[in-house]
Ligand binder design. Structure first.
Ligand code: HAM
Length: 429
């Protein structure tokens, strides 16, 4: 049997309804904060991510799904496209391409999109997963960082979810990070042999990533390492202090966590992660930060921005763990039970008219069925009422409407049946 690709899932039935509920709920919250939707293509040129996310990152080195573009010109090297592993780089590409950075600022964009990363699948970690993201662009103030964090906090709390921690850090800017990296290298150098194999590789190019390694030996060393927050330039220090002040004023509790360095290279200054013990090993519900220097990676003028993305699968998992995601099962309003050919013709046509008017009617297309079979189907459908029409009813001009909860039956005139069923529907809407 052909199965779905490993780490990529079908979304069915009740789960699809849960997702719809979560998406529409978050969408309205984001719109209330002034965000408008952006949808970028699934495929991007590889340079969007190699340049923005960074060559030395896991995402770019190990996790990208690449596609050779078959439409490249005769004899030319085929172009490499990538299934987006994250959307911030795509949004920035779209903003620059559409010259939005030259229009009056700020811009607030949100997206609800699938992402693709070739990672080892496990609970909460997929190869196709979905993010809800929010990017606030064209605003360099610490107030923008705080607003972005307050928004993510509000998203989780709006579902009644409180089991999470807001961890923040500053990763400095290009003005102070190089000196800090040297300090960090000098600190880890004598302990190189004690680091895990991955961190030994990170040492040269991605020294700061050692700080968020989960391997106990690395973690113990990282805890005593020099902290970025103690090596910030004065502007970055003031920026970070103001972010914290604004968060406190807004009543958002947070912890300072020097291990938050993020797995993407484009961040500067504020970086944050929301973690939850409800999720197991993959504990990040969402994360983000400021990325003022990202446009420069595309060879453009600086364009300040801050944002985050949350993992939709992880949010749903956390909400389910706390039983905060009750979606009532949708049931049909009516089940139609025709007995005889003429009744089938009549009820089939009536069902279509009601469906066009937005009323959910169920009816089996198998003809010539006995009343017992039809009533079993009616029960199984969960419909509130069953409309029974047979030869006798057609002759008397009265159809039978059975209330499935009470068993009561009422005769209703066939001539005005459509208006009658519509009226009953709107009365119980
Ligand atoms: P990220 O930390 O790579 O950031 O991903 C954000 C969130 O997506 C994670 O916290 C997690 O909930 C979810 N996630 C990541 N990888 C997976 C996976 N393999 N399976 C399931 N869920 C996953 C970004 O992607 C940045 N673009 C966020 C951002 C927006 N920064 C600024 N603006």
């Amino acid at each position: 049997m052909i199965k779905a690709v490993r780490g990529m899932h079908d979304l069915l039935g009740d789960t699809a309804s849960q997702w719809q509920k979560v998406e529409s709920h978050v969408r309205s919250l984001l719109e209330g904060f002034g965000y408008t939707e952006i949808r970028t293509p699934v495929l991007e040129h590889i340079e969007v991510f190699t340049q923005a996310v960074g060559e030395g990152t896991d995402i770019v080195e190990k996790q990208m799904y690449t596609v050779a573009d078959r439409n490249s010109a005769e004899g030319a090297k085929p172009e490499t496209l990538v299934l987006r592993p994250e959307a911030t780089s795509s949004v920035v590409r779209a903003v620059l391409e559409n010259q939005l950075h030259r229009a009056p600022h700020p811009h607030r964009f949100f997206y609800i999109l699938p992402m693709f990363r070739y990672e080892r699948p496990q609970k909460g970690r997929l190869r196709q997963f979905h993010q809800i993201g929010a990017e606030l662009m064209g605003d360099s103030s610490p107030e923008a960082d705080a607003e972005s964090i307050v928004l993510l906090d509000a998203v989780f709390r709006s579902f009644g979810l409180t089991d999470f921690e807001v961890c923040i850090n500053s990763v400095g800017s290009s003005a102070c990070r190089p000196q800090y990296k040297e300090k960090l290298k000098a600190y880890f150098q004598p302990h190189l042999a004690a680091l895990c194999v991955d961190c030994q590789k990170r040492f040269e190019r991605a020294t700061m990533r050692i700080l968020d390694c989960k391997v106990p030996g690395c973690r113990a060393l990282a805890e005593k390492a020099p902290r970025m927050v103690d090596h910030l330039d004065p502007e970055s220090t003031l920026h970070f202090q103001t972010v914290q002040k604004r968060l406190s004023q807004a009543g958002v509790s947070f912890v300072l966590d020097p291990s938050i360095v993020r797995g993407l290279d484009y961040y500067s200054r504020t970086a944050f992660e929301f973690t939850s013990s409800l999720l197991g090993a993959q504990s990040a519900l969402g994360g983000g930060g400021r990325y003022d220097e990202l446009t420069a990676r595309f060879g453009e003028d600086p364009y300040p921005a801050v944002g985050w993305a949350l993992g939709l699968e992880r949010l749903v998992m956390a909400l389910e763990a706390k039983e905060l995601l009750k979606v009532p099962t949708r049931k049909p309003r009516f089940f139609f039970a025709p007995m005889g050919d003429k009744a089938f013709e009549e009820l089939y046509a009536l069902a279509l008219r009601l469906k066009r008017a937005g009323i959910w009617v169920e009816m089996s297309h198998e003809q010539g069925k006995k009343v017992k079979w039809l009533m079993k189907q009616a029960d199984r459908s969960g419909a509130a009422h069953t409309l029974i029409l047979g030869e006798d009813e057609l002759a008397s001009g009265q159809a039978l409407l059975k209330n499935m909860a009470t068993g009561e039956q009422a005769s209703i005139p066939w001539q005005t049946i459509e208006e009658d069923l519509k009226r009953r529907t709107s009365e119980h809407a």
